[in-house]
Design a protein around this ligand. Structure first.
Ligand code: ADP
Length: 505
C-alpha cells in the first residue's frame, strides 16, 4: 500500500525531514564519487596488467621464434628442437609455450608442471593469428592468461601464454571498495547525527516561540514576550515580529478594557440620576393621589422632567459618539466624498454657534465673530466636516465663561486650508494638551459633565480630520484661551474639468 507523501510529512518533524533530506543528498553524492573512484581504479589496474602481459608475451614470443629459426637452420632434418629456457625471460610471471594441437611444449619452472586451467580455449583465436586473454583461478590464485600466436616463417606454430597472477591487484581493488563502502556509511551516520543535533540547535528558538505562544493562549498572559539571543537570524526576526504583534494586541486589549470601563462609568452616572428622579416621581404620584398638586410640586415635577431629559440626551449623544468611533475603528464608516466649499460650511457652523451660545450661556453672553474667510474647496464629507467644526465650536462655547468671545476664521494658502476656532476661555495646559484627543480624557471631569461633555468630542474631531487626510493642532494658554486649527488639503480641480463656482463667477 503506497503511503501518500503528505501523510508521511504529517508524522515527521521539520528536524527529521531536514536530517533525512541532507543525509540522502550527501549519500547520493558519496555513492556517485565512490563509483567513479572505484571504476577508474579498476580500469587503471586492469590496463596495467594487460600492458605488462602483452609486453612480456611479445618479447618471449620474439625470443622463442628467433631461437627456433636459428636452430632449424643448424639442425639436420628429423631431429627435435631444443627450446630456450623460459625462465630467463619471465620472473614475476609464468610462461608456457603450446603447439597448435594444444600440447604444452615448454613451461617456465615457476609453473612447476601444473596445468593452467582452460589454456586451450585460446586456440581458436591463435589459429587466426590473434591474441587472446581470459581470467581463471589456479588453486586460490586468480590469474590472467594472455596468449599471443607464435609465428615461425610466417606460419602459426603455436602460442606463447603469459600467466599473470592478479591476486594482489584484485585484493587492492577489493580493499579500496570496502573502504569506500565503510567510509560512505560512516560519513552518513556522522552526518545524520551531527545534522540532527545542528537542526535541533537551530530550531530550538521555534520550540521557544511555540512554548511562549502556548503560554499566552493558556494563561492569557499578554505580558509574556519572546526573548531570543540571536536577533539577526530569520527566526530572530520572526520573534521580533511576534513581539510587535503582541505589543499591538496588548495595547488594543488594554484599550478595549479601558473603553468598557469608561463606557460603563459614563452610563452609570446618568442612569443613577434618572433612577433617583424616578423615585421622586413615584413619591409625588403618591401625594397627588391624596389631593390636588400644589404649585410648588408642579415646579418640582417640571425640574425632574428637565433633568431626565438632559440625562437621556447626554446618554444618546454618548452612544452616538461611541458608535461613530466604533465604526471608524472597524473601517465600516464610509465618508461621502464630494467637493465641498468649506467657507459655506463654516458660515453654517457660525450661525448655529450663535444660536447654541445664546441658548446655553444666555443671549449675548458670548460674542461670536467671523474672522478672515477665504474661499476654499476641499474633498470631503460635507455633513462630517460640519460635525467636526461644530464639535470644536461646542467646546469653545462650553469652556469660555460669559463675557468671552469666540472667533472663527478660514485661511487658504500653500495647498492647505486652515480653519481656526479661537476662544478666550479657560485654556489648556501644555501637559493636558497632549491628552485632550484621547478618548474619554477630560481636564476637569465635573466641569465637563456639567456642560454635557463625555470626553469623546475631540477624539472624533481628530479621527475625522485624519480621514480627510488632514490633522488638528491646538495652541492654548491657561486662563487666556485656546485656538484649535484644522488643516485640510485644498482641492484643486483638474484642468479642463468644469468648476461650478468658476462658471458662476
Ligand atoms: P468633552 O466632551 O469633555 O468636551 P472633548 O473630547 O471635546 O470632551 O474635549 C476633551 C477635553 O479637552 C475637555 O474635557 C476639556 O477639558 C478640554 N477642552 C476641549 N476644548 C477646550 C477648549 N476650547 N478650552 C478649554 N479646554 C478644552
Amino acid at each position: 500500500l503506497p503511503i501518500p507523501y503528505s501523510l508521511l510529512l504529517a508524522f515527521m518533524t521539520i528536524r527529521l525531514r531536514l536530517t533525512l533530506w541532507y543525509t540522502a543528498l550527501l549519500g547520493a553524492t558519496l555513492i556517485f564519487f565512490s563509483v567513479i573512484v572505484y571504476s577508474a581504479l579498476a580500469t587503471n589496474l586492469q590496463a596495467q596488467v594487460l600492458q605488462d602481459s602483452q609486453r612480456e608475451a611479445v618479447s618471449v614470443a620474439n625470443a622463442v621464434s628467433l631461437q627456433i629459426e636459428r636452430d632449424l637452420r643448424k639442425l639436420p632434418e628429423g631431429e627435435s628442437i631444443e627450446f630456450p629456457s623460459l625462465n630467463y625471460f619471465a620472473s614475476s610471471v609464468a610462461v608456457q609455450v603450446i603447439n597448435r594441437d594444444g600440447l604444452v611444449v615448454k613451461q617456465s619452472d615457476n609453473l612447476a608442471n601444473m596445468t593452467v586451467p582452460g589454456y586451450t580455449s585460446a586456440l581458436p583465436s591463435i589459429e587466426q593469428g590473434l591474441t587472446y586473454r581470459y581470467r581463471t583461478v589456479l588453486g586460490e590464485q586468480p590469474l590472467l592468461v594472455y596468449s599471443v600466436p607464435l609465428f615461425i616463417g610466417g606460419q602459426v606454430l603455436g602460442a606463447v601464454q603469459i600467466v599473470h597472477p592478479i591476486g594482489a591487484a584484485e585484493d587492492a581493488l577489493a580493499q579500496v571498495g570496502r573502504y569506500l563502502i565503510i567510509g560512505t556509511a560512516l560519513s552518513l551516520i556522522v552526518a545524520a547525527v551531527v545534522g540532527a543535533l545542528l537542526a535541533r540547535r537551530e530550531l530550538l528558538p521555534l520550540a521557544e516561540i511555540t512554548r511562549t505562544a502556548g503560554g499566552i493562549s493558556r494563561a492569557t498572559d499578554l505580558d509574556l514576550r519572546l526573548n531570543l539571543e540571536d536577533a539577526d537570524t530569520e527566526i530572530g526576526e520572526l520573534a521580533a515580529t511576534f513581539n510587535e504583534m503582541l505589543d499591538r494586541i496588548q495595547k488594543l486589549f488594554k484599550g478595549q478594557e479601558r473603553l468598557v470601563a469608561d463606557v460603563s462609568h459614563e452610563l452609570r452616572t446618568p442612569l443613577t440620576t434618572i433612577r433617583g428622579n424616578m423615585d421622586l416621581l413615584q413619591r409625588m404620584a403618591g401625594s397627588i393621589r391624596s389631593g390636588p398638586p400644589s404649585e410648588e410640586l408642579l415646579h418640582e415635577f417640571a425640574d425632574i422632567v428637565d433633568e431626565v431629559e438632559s440625562e437621556t440626551t447626554r446618554m444618546s449623544t454618548l452612544i452616538n459618539d461611541l458608535l461613530l468611533l466604533a465604526q471608524a475603528d472597524s473601517g465600516v464608516l464610509k465618508l461621502q466624498m464630494e467637493v465641498v466649499e468649506l467657507d459655506t460650511v463654516l458660515l453654517d457652523v457660525y450661525r448655529q454657534a450663535r444660536r447654541v451660545a445664546d441658548h446655553v450661556k444666555g443671549p449675548g453672553a458670548l460674542e461670536i465673530h467671523l474672522g478672515s474667510e477665504d474661499q476654499a474647496l476641499v474633498l470631503g464629507d460635507r455633513a462630517r466636516l460640519h460635525q467636526l467644526l461644530l464639535n470644536l465650536v461646542d467646546n469653545a462655547i462650553k469652556y469660555t465663561p460669559s463675557g468671552g468671545s469666540i472667533t472663527l476664521s478660514l485661511e487658504n494658502s500653500g495647498g492647505w486650508v486652515r480653519v481656526a476656532v479661537h476662544d478666550t476661555g479657560i485654556g489648556i495646559s501644555p501637559e493636558q494638551q497632549r491628552h485632550i484627543f484621547d478618548r474619554f480624557y477630560r481636564t476637569d471631569k465635573a466641569r465637563s459633565r456639567e456642560q454635557g461633555g463625555s470626553g469623546l468630542g475631540l477624539s472624533i474631531v481628530a479621527w475625522l480630520a485624519q480621514a480627510h487626510n488632514g490633522r488638528v493642532t491646538v495652541e492654548s494658554t491657561p486662563q487666556q484661551g485656546s485656538t484649535f486649527f484644522v488643516w485640510l488639503p485644498e482641492y484643486v480641480p483638474a484642468a479642463g474639468v468644469g468648476d461650478e463656482r468658476l462658471i458662476e463667477g
